[in-house]
Design a binder for this molecule. Structure first.
Ligand code: F6P
Length: 321
């Protein structure tokens, strides 16, 4: 293989640039050219490719976003479009692709593999919801961003004796909500994985009022039963409750300087994925399990566990006594 393609696909995640740098320099060290396609799979379909040199990736390890863009590509779901894209890649002498992205991106890479085009995925998503890997690139930075925001919101909540609802990202995943909620000592954490009744919210709140606590922080994942605005409305309509305010952190969690953890994870995974594809691997995912990077076949990987399974009731107790 003389040339490989590289894309960042799906929602961007802090640390993607560190992975781009690692893939590029690992391939170059083995005498292989790297061609970045712009904006995820769309760049493959439209053949918007550019050669990435060692100099182009200089200085990007600490930058958020993605220097080759990122994006979702509904067109890539059409089989004929994928076949055409692969034919063009082969025509340009490109022998395989490294995909940096989340679950949808992994599915696209699997389709390429099924067409006989070598594809290896590096897990990049702030949601940490990919199969087989304990952590994905970007989640640590997103949690740090969310915790800093919640700490600030807690100050003002306590000053005014309020309930502060903080909506974090995660349409299908409560990972950021759970981890940021624990780190910031939130009174409640609402996730898509675990259903909570409104009565539970009011019961927790009235017990907290009884203990004269001056703040009541609820971290709400965007995919939970209520959006933060809706829940704040329900709370403000109730007599025996804190006054509620809400803040939506939104895309602030996706941008920004990646933490050292994300830079190191991205670097190690990028190196492993590139070595793997150049050694003949395909249909595989770079994973982090038991303190080791392993590139494993993506079709047999166990789904990411619901983070609520890990005895969080005991952790929750710490904010309720
Ligand atoms: O997959 C990462 C993520 O940030 C989710 O947490 C969020 O629900 C989604 O992307 C938002 O995607 P978009 O950029 O398409 O609005």
């Amino acid at each position: 293989m003389d040339k490989i393609a590289l894309i960042a696909s799906g929602g961007d995640a802090p640390g993607m640039n560190a992975a781009i740098r690692a893939v590029t320099r690992t391939a170059i060290s083995r005498g292989v050219e790297v061609w970045g396609a712009w904006d995820g799979y769309d760049g493959i379909v439209d053949h918007r490719l550019e050669r990435i040199t060692s100099l182009i990736v200089a200085g990007i390890i600490g930058r958020g976003g993605s220097i080759i863009g990122a994006g979702r590509s509904p067109r890539f779901l059409v089989p004929a479009v994928r076949e055409e894209a692969v034919a063009r890649l082969r025509g340009a002498g490109i022998g395989g692709i490294v995909v940096i992205g989340g679950e949808g991106s992994l599915a696209g890479a699997t389709e390429l593999h099924n067409l006989g085009f070598p594809a290896v995925t590096v897990p990049g998503t702030i949601d940490n919801d990919m199969p087989g890997t304990e952590i994905t690139i970007g989640a640590d930075t997103a949690i740090n961003t969310a915790v800093e925001a919640i700490d600030r919101l807690k100050d003002t909540a306590a000053a005014h004796r309020r309930s502060m609802l903080v909506e974090v990202m995660g349409r299908h995943s409560g990972y950021i909500a759970v981890m940021a909620g624990i780190a910031a000592g939130a009174e409640m954490i609402l996730t898509p994985e675990r259903d909570v009744e409104i009565d539970d919210v009011f019961r927790e709140m009235s017990e907290t009022i009884t203990r004269h606590k001056r703040h009541f922080i609820i971290v709400v994942a965007e995919g939970a039963r209520w959006r933060a605005a809706e829940l704040a409305g329900l709370i403000n309509d109730s007599a025996n409750a804190y006054e509620a305010r809400y803040t939506i952190l939104g895309y602030i969690q996706r941008g920004g300087i990646p933490t050292p953890f994300d830079r190191i994870l991205a670097t190690r995974m990028g190196v492993a994925a590139t070595d793997a594809i150049l050694d003949g691997s395909s249909g595989t995912l770079a994973t982090w399990r038991n303190n080791r990077i392993e590139v494993l076949p993506s079709n047999g990987l166990e789904p990411r566990k619901d983070p609520w399974e890990q005895s969080l009731e005991r952790v929750h107790l710490l904010t309720t006594i």
